[in-house]
Design a protein around this ligand. Structure first.
Ligand code: F6P
Length: 469
């Protein structure tokens, strides 16, 4: 069951997501420090202004958050649910990140995975309890006829549960991930597949980042539930874009300028070396290792690039409770080290890998990029692909996986890669590094325009309006 502050006020607009807009750390002295998060939803919600009657319902994620809830420390407009830690872990690490994430990103490695056994069924019960805690909190905090926007694969059951508790509400669900194609979604046990689809379709409107994911969802619903399940339901597409105003201003503050100086030093040479930049969470779907292998192949087959290019790779640890993520993080490090020992010279480090999350340094790398490498196996959108062209100082060439949601909008001006094709990706890097200045300028402008077509504030308002109409 969830403990949190008593909320008597009822909101007109509610957002629900696992990770909220604020997190707390508990210092040794017992002091709680609040940290505001970023991301599309945070900027999106800013569109409705501080006076709007909005409430964000999220989970307490660590000890700091839990302690904040216990002490009654919080922010106006945020309701943090302290769901039992084991239940949360089974729902988040187990079902959400080891099953649903793997299904939608097609990450399973047969023949060992997946296994839907008794342990999976226990985790599933926790996922139901976790979703119920959200549905109950939303039901309690929503004003009559309020609009509720439920986010992502963590909360697929909550829309249906909420609908049963509060038929008066307008409920939307938004998926920030891809949706699996029918033949892959069928890996899931039938009853689980049905519950997930019925849960999402408990919303009036289910929305996705691209047409491709929306169509996959519809196909799965038809396959498992039949046509009637879609009666009266609306399926929407809102392609979240980059927040140009925020990024351009943020990328020219002092802390970014400082990082730019230090990054230039790490690149070294006489200032003519080119850079291939990637910035990701260390996430299996981001395909960082194959990116490094492609870069290695480029150095191997085209020695003219040796000493003349540096791969700046920022890979920020994520989901480290999961062994497979920890192993992947280690493999990224090993691969970068191996390339540096094989090709590096006293005056040139071929790969500059950083693993400590630093937003200002990421923006500095965006500004410096000659080539942006975005090669995910599958990705709901991939905002890095949209942000780099907006921020880059001198224009950049984008090497982009055809499996990223962003490809639908950026594909025409990017150099396309099949993310599994390492030698093909090496060729694409060569083409990107060799691109003429005019071509590069021209493409960067068009990429930036496409990338900012639907900034977060518009993206959020569009969904709200669609839900209310
Ligand atoms: O891609 C889906 C998503 O929810 C993103 O919106 C977000 O960047 C990421 O996954 C968050 O993962 P986590 O909360 O597990 O760190």
């Amino acid at each position: 069951s969830a403990h949190d502050h008593a909320q008597t006020h009822k909101a007109q607009i509610l957002v629900a997501s696992n990770r909220g807009p604020v997190s707390y750390t508990l210092g040794d002295d017992g002091e709680l420090t609040a940290k505001r998060g970023g991301g599309g939803l945070v900027s999106g919600l800013s569109a409705i202004g501080p006076d709007a009657d909005a409430l964000w319902v999220c989970s307490a994620l660590g000890e700091g958050d839990r302690e904040a809830v216990r002490r009654g420390v919080g922010e106006p407009g945020v309701r943090m649910l302290d769901i039992d830690a084991d239940t949360h872990a089974a729902a988040y690490n187990g079902i959400s990140n080891s099953v649903l994430w793997f299904v939608h990103h097609m990450l399973y490695q047969t023949p060992l995975e997946p296994v839907f056994d008794a342990a999976f069924r226990e985790q599933w019960a926790a996922y139901e309890a976790y979703n119920r805690a959200f549905a109950e909190a939303l039901a309690e905090s929503a004003a009559e006829g309020a609009a509720v926007l439920i986010q992502d694969y963590h909360l697929c059951l909550a829309p249906g549960m909420l609908r049963a508790l509060r038929p008066d509400l307008r409920i939307g669900h938004f998926s920030h991930t891809p949706w699996a194609p029918v033949d892959y979604f069928r890996l899931l046990p039938d009853d689980i597949a049905e519950q997930l689809l019925r849960g999402v379709l408990g919303a009036d409107r289910a929305a996705f980042l691209t047409r491709r994911w929306a169509d996959a969802f519809t196909a799965c619903a038809l396959e498992h539930l039949g046509e009637e399940a879609l009666d009266g339901k609306r399926i929407g597409v809102h392609g979240l874009g980059a927040d140009a105003d925020f990024l351009r201003e943020r990328a020219h503050r002092d802390d970014v300028e400082e990082r730019l100086v230090s990054l230039r030093e790490q690149v070294g040479g006489d200032g003519t070396r080119k850079t291939v930049v990637r910035v990701d969470r260390t996430e299996l779907s981001k395909n960082i290792v194959r990116g490094l292998l492609a870069y290695e192949h480029l150095l191997h087959t085209r020695p003219e690039w040796r000493e003349n290019v540096v791969h700046i790779a920022f890979a920020y640890p994520s989901r480290q409770d999961l062994a497979v993520y920890r192993e992947y993080t280690a493999e990224v490090q090993r691969t970068a080290d191996r390339i540096n020992s094989a090709y590096g010279t006293p005056a040139w480090t071929p790969v500059v890998l950083h693993v400590k999350d630093d937003f200002a340094r990421s923006l500095a790398a965006y500004r410096l990029a000659d080539v942006a490498l975005v090669n995910p196996i599958r990705d709901g959108m991939n905002l890095v692909a949209k942000e780099i062209p907006v921020v880059s100082d001198e224009g950049c060439a984008l090497v982009l996986s055809r499996e990223a949601g962003a490809f639908e909008e950026l594909g025409d001006d990017a150099i396309t890669v099949n993310p599994y094709d390492v030698t093909g990706t090496a060729d694409a890097l060569h083409e990107a590094l060799s691109m003429g200045a005019d071509d590069r300028d021209h493409r960067t402008k068009r990429l930036a325009a496409a990338a900012t077509a639907l900034p977060p504030q518009k993206w959020f308002l569009e969904q709200l309006e669609a839900l209310r109409s």
